[in-house]
Write a protein that binds this ligand. Structure first.
Ligand code: 3PG
Length: 209
């Protein structure tokens, strides 16, 4: 039943997870990421302007694959799709949430944190998952342990990832990419410091996997 997967984990070593408070930040932020070599962005549905931000990036920054994150309620999926999101990310997975997400026809990166949750998603046809909250749930050692019984799964660990620990995750055979908010610090957004975002993106795009 899984929607035809774009290989979301194969696009960039890092999926920037961004919280946008001002819709005017959306386009310069996305352009700054592209300038650093990052071609995918997850805009979290955590702020009132998130859908507007997605709309603007979808319309004005064709070089980045725009997705919606923090999809936590069934109604979010259609809203994000209408705004122009091209993939959906959930921090955790319920049947009704994934059903609504699947109805959009968009690729989905569903969240899981345990072997049971991962197996439920395997039964539903998913093989690329978001491992969330990565550091708090057990980090690199935990994910390495999951690769034993579940070698068919690939993960995008997210939550507590930074330049200091990203490489350790990316070295695992069951990690396709990592996700994180460190490329887009709130302070850089608030001050329009897009150069810093590009610098952080450049380093992230160069991470080996
Ligand atoms: C998410 O929504 O995936 C996380 O909030 C991102 O976690 P981070 O801020 O620790 O990178």
């Amino acid at each position: 039943t899984q929607n035809e997967p774009t290989d979301l984990l194969g696009i960039s070593p890092v999926i920037p997870v961004v919280v946008i408070d001002d819709a005017d930040h959306a386009v310069p932020l996305a352009r700054a990421l592209v300038a650093g070599g990052i071609s995918i962005i997850e805009v979290t549905l955590r702020t009132p302007v998130a859908l507007q931000a997605i709309e603007r990036i979808a319309a004005e920054v064709p070089d980045i694959l725009i997705g919606a994150g923090t999809v936590t309620a069934p109604a979010h999926a259609a809203q994000a799709a209408s705004a122009g999101a091209r993939f959906l990310v959930t921090p955790g997975s319920t049947r009704s949430l994934l059903q609504s997400a699947e109805e959009t026809g968009l690729p989905i990166l569903p969240g899981a944190a345990t072997a049971s949750e991962a197996l439920q998603l395997v039964e539903m046809g998913y093989s690329s998952l978001k491992f969330f909250p990565a550091e708090a749930a057990g980090g690199v050692g935990y994910l390495r342990s999951l690769a034993g019984p579940l070698p068919q799964l690939r993960f995008c660990p997210t939550g507590g990832i930074s330049p200091d620990n990203a490489a350790g995750y990316l070295a695992l055979p069951n990690v396709g990419c990592v996700g994180g908010s460190w490329l887009t610090p709130a302070k850089a957004l608030a001050t329009g410091d897009w150069k810093s975002v590009t610098t952080l993106a450049t380093a992230a795009a160069a991470l080996q996997r």
